[in-house]
Design a protein around this ligand. Sequence first.
Ligand code: ZN
Length: 145
Amino acid sequence: MNVMSELTTIIPICKYCGHRIRKRIPDSITQQYSNKVSPWNHEWDGKCECCGHDYSIYMGTPVLFGQKKKTSVKADSQMIGEPGDLDDYRVLSGVTIKTTIGDEVMGNGAFGEVFLTANELKGLINILKESPLLEQFDYDFSTYI
Ligand SMILES: [Zn+2]
């Protein structure tokens, strides 16, 4: 089995259209780094390439009257390695989680952003299933309505 056919078989099936969510791995990856295998989701924008479904997550939690804490989760990847050395790099795949409260444009808000690898995300989900961290009562604005 060559690298391309192996990569194509691990691309997940879209839950909305039933086709693989990527039609193929971008040529730029396989040609530029021919001795490395990039994950199927390298440079993936989080959308199914067949039906366009966006797997990104957008949430809003009411925190003050008329104001929400906004959170987004988007597919992302990061390349790490020695600068200028294309033979020694790794691609970390996962999600970027961004959260904002207030007005980012006016500068009176609070913002946070973190990249978690897929392995970190899976580990957190497994640990949190049994953790009292998820049993906390959240006193957001919806609590008082
Ligand atoms: Zn689809």
